[in-house]
Design a protein around this ligand. Structure first.
Ligand SMILES: Cc1cc2nc3c(=O)[nH]c(=O)nc-3n(C[C@H](O)[C@H](O)[C@H](O)COP(=O)(O)OP(=O)(O)OC[C@H]3O[C@@H](n4cnc5c(N)ncnc54)[C@H](O)[C@@H]3O)c2cc1C
Length: 432
């Protein structure tokens, strides 16, 4: 494998560097560089304003959503050109976080499944940052078992009436639109009764309630639907085809989420290089070095795994299940590193406030956010299932309720109505 740029790629990289040097908001460079856990040190209104301005500029310059077709606001670039852009955008990519779901997941889902009219209406606005989108999939009864969701959409003429609850909806509080998976038929097996829609988040009957996180921020929400009316023109694909459409979103989710997660290793190495313990420089302590060596090996393994993806992309192939490996290893590594860094800080490790804490509380912030990383975009267990089944070729998980009509699957508190229902705890999962 040759990881050097081809002549054409090198020329493209030069063009990207040149444009970024001339157009990036360099006045924000320092602020963006002193972030804490992926969050720029900027209030949320300013972050949204700067994010939209940078996205708009990229769109006007032809650098937004690089691999989308030109007709929909992209550039028609190759996947490898998109990777080159991401490598060169550097710290300014932090201004793209609010668009991760819209550009990384909802847009690609529309591209592949929506009508020409729906694509023309929304994709250019997603690309220019004018429309911010969120993903309304998970529910209290449908997270890993996404096909078990219960939010219902009932047809009334040219409209659908939606009732139910979504949860963990990232960015619902600032989104203009949401991609909604709902159940339109309760009498068929669970995967066949789902339909995909998109909703205007200002629709009457949609209520967004923020959830407060461990770290005090509120990135996620509960979203309640009470008789919310959605025009049939906002249905994506056929009635009952929602499961297959959701797989496009989930496939892109692992790419979009995994690609932006930090491992914390470079920060940890720098921290240990600077740290003085009672016994002398931390970097001379064999125990600390052994820990660092373990994380260095994982860091290199991840780099080579990502190089393998790059090489597949440059050969015109699609990324495979190795993204599940990367997401699993990255989120575990970050959590371990944060924990160890805090233990090295001794009593200072309990300080969280960035004004008092060591290294502005960087590792404390990592530790508070990392449990979520092990769940979002597929939990560790689900990722292991994917790796077991798709990479190692091991037998698949048992799926006993796959062929049972959804309304006959017992819910807690009801007696099993079918012999297989006694095992209804063994669920299908979001594996793609
Ligand atoms: C930070 C964050 C952001 C999120 N953002 C969004 C968003 O924007 N939109 C959205 O729709 N959702 C979002 N989610 C929800 C997320 O996708 C779900 O939390 C996730 O799919 C897990 O579902 P669950 O929480 O219902 O857990 P459950 O599915 O109830 O799982 C509980 C436990 O059981 C394990 N388990 C379940 N099934 C199996 C199985 N078959 N084999 C082995 N173990 C199993 C799980 O791995 C887990 O450990 C977000 C979650 C987080 C934490």
């Amino acid at each position: 494998m040759d990881f050097n740029d081809t002549d054409q790629e090198a020329e493209f990289r030069r063009e990207v560097r040149d444009w970024i040097a001339r157009n990036a908001p360099t006045e924000l460079w320092e602020t963006l560089n002193s972030f804490s856990f992926g969050q720029a040190k900027m209030d949320s209104d300013a972050l949204m304003r700067h994010s939209k301005a940078w996205q708009r500029k990229k769109h006007v310059g032809g650098w937004a959503c690089l691999n989308w077709p030109k007709a929909y606001g992209g550039r028609g670039a190759t996947p490898i050109e998109r990777v080159i852009w991401q490598q060169e955008e550097g710290v300014y990519a932090m201004l793209s976080a609010v668009f991760t779901l819209g550009i990384g997941m909802c847009g690609p889902t529309l591209l592949e499944n929506a009508s020409e009219a729906q694509c023309r209406r929304h994709l250019p606005k997603i690309a220019s940052g004018e429309e911010v989108w969120c993903q309304l999939f998970s529910e209290p009864s449908g997270g890993s078992d996404l096909a078990g969701l219960r939010t219902s959409a009932k047809r009334e003429g040219d409209e659908w009436v939606v009732d139910g609850q979504k949860i963990w909806t990232t960015g619902a509080h600032y989104s203009d639109y949401g991609l909604l998976l709902a159940r339109t038929d309760f009498t068929v097996p669970k995967h066949r009764g789902l339909t995909m829609f998109y909703v205007d988040m200002k629709t009457p009957g949609i209520e967004v309630r923020p959830i407060k996180q461990l770290n005090g921020q509120s990135e996620f929400n509960e979203v309640y639907f009470t008789g919310a009316r959605i025009p049939d023109a906002q249905r994506i694909g056929d009635v009952g085809a929602g499961w297959h459409i959701s797989l496009t979103t989930l496939m892109n989710e692992r790419l979009a989420v995994g690609g932006v997660m930090p491992t914390g290793f470079p920060e940890m190495l720098a921290f240990c290089e600077a740290l003085q313990t009672d016994a002398g420089p931390a970097i001379e302590d064999p125990d600390i070095c052994a820990h660092l060596a373990g994380w260095a090996i994982r860091h290199l393994g991840l780099k080579h795994t990502s190089n393998r993806t790059l090489s597949a992309l440059s050969n015109g192939k699609l990324p495979g299940p190795e993204n599940s490996i990367a997401k699993l290893v990255i989120s575990q590594t970050l959590q371990e590193i944060a924990h160890y860094a805090m233990s090295l800080q001794g009593d200072w490790g309990i300080l969280v406030d960035e004004a008092d804490a060591v290294d502005e509380g960087r590792f404390q912030a990592y530790l508070l956010r990392s449990p979520g990383m092990r769940i979002e975009g597929g939990t560790d267990e689900i990722l292991r299932n994917i790796i077991g089944e798709r990479v190692l070729g091991l037998p698949a998980d048992i799926r006993v309720d796959k062929t049972m009509p959804f309304n006959q699957i017992p819910v807690s508190g009801t007696a099993p109505s079918h012999p297989a229902a006694a095992r209804s705890d063994v669920v299908d999962n979001r594996a793609v």
